[in-house]
Ligand binder design. Sequence first.
Ligand code: FAS
Ligand code: PHB
Length: 390
Amino acid sequence: MKTKVCIIGGGPSGLLLSQLLDLKGIDTVLLEKRTRDYVLGRIRAGVLEHGFANLLREAQCGDRMDREGEIHEGFFIAHDGVMDRMDLDLHTGGDSVIVYGQTELTRDLYEARERMNGTVIHGVDDVQLHELTSDAPFVTYRDGEDSVRVDCEYVIGADGFHGVSRPSIPADVLREYERVYPFGWLGVLSETKPVSPELIYAKHERGFALCSMRSQVLSRYYIQVPLTDSVDDWSDDMFWEELKRRLPAEVADRMQTGPSIEKSIAPLRSFVAEPMRYGNLFLAGDAAHIVPPTGARGLNSAASDIQYLYRAMVDHYENSDDAGLDAYSEKALARVWKAQRFSWWMTNLLHAFPDAISYDQKLQETDLAYLFSSDNALASMAENYVGLPY
Ligand code: FAS
Ligand code: PHB
């Protein structure tokens, strides 16, 4: 096969870029290891910045999001039995976020690729990247017994944290920065009415909890659990009881519980790989960076990578201007690290750290007290949560 841009990974990053480039007449081939159903079965992000939403609209994939997504102008932080509200609208001068599940926008992207007859190949095995520093890179993969070669001009590594793209950068070039947290998030999806019209982030001595949603009939809840826990350790009843223990009584009392239709534990890590370019390979999304989901930055950091790559590729093919491609890694990393900082800060603010010394615990309490005592502190949190400029 021959194409201009070979994209590895059919998650939101790869799909969004392939759709945007296709609309500009820039040919792409997307290679995805799993089936579409498998990709859509992973329950992940729920909160979108408007920057991401605008990209989806530009990709002609925003209609269902605009119909079914919810605009949220604030959220709550529950602590010490009380609920404090972060007024995003007030502290950002009118900005907000959209609550619309990653599963749904990924579905919208797959359907858009289908409508445009985009080349999306599922079930690829043993993907390997070759000649990345030459002007004729290529990708090989196995399709059953057949070995296939894709000749291209650029390779986009959008294959997530466990993909093959990042490891294709030589160890003496790649720099990795990582912080692993001593806990994970046990997440439950249930066909119940959300307990609150806005998200509730709960700080509690027993551990963090989050009340979120996918719609008015589909709730998404999380509780912090030790890394040693497995999903089998948690029956639905145990989950609901623990979640309610971590919420103010007024909230716990009105919690509608029900059977979990999805239950999984996600480990929490902060991770950045530099550079995000090696020759004609560009990394985007989780292939290059991971954040703890506390600040809802994961998917939204992928979006700004895609925006920078999309604009740079169009400049290259339409204007023979490579300034965007040459600046991509530095520009993407500048925004990635700000999302890293915010996610790390919000995770430290709200989680119970098993090895925290009493001084750290007092600092954590003071950080929260300062936040709600200062409009400047609230404005800082709000501008990060709705998304810093691209
Ligand atoms: P993805 O990992 O989504 O997609 C990469 C794709 O590449 C996958 O489909 C994979 O199958 C494919 N792939 C991997 N190796 C390959 C190979 N060798 N060949 C071909 N294809 C290959 N973010 C939030 O904002 N809020 C959340 O609550 C949240 N929860 C999360 C929970 C979990 C368990 C995880 C892992 C992430 C979560 N995230 C969350 C972050 C998540 O939303 C990511 O930011 C988002 O999926 C990034 O999208 P991609 O970069 O496309 O990577
Ligand atoms: C979610 O709904 O899955 C979600 C929302 C906000 C977060 C993390 C996860 O910060």
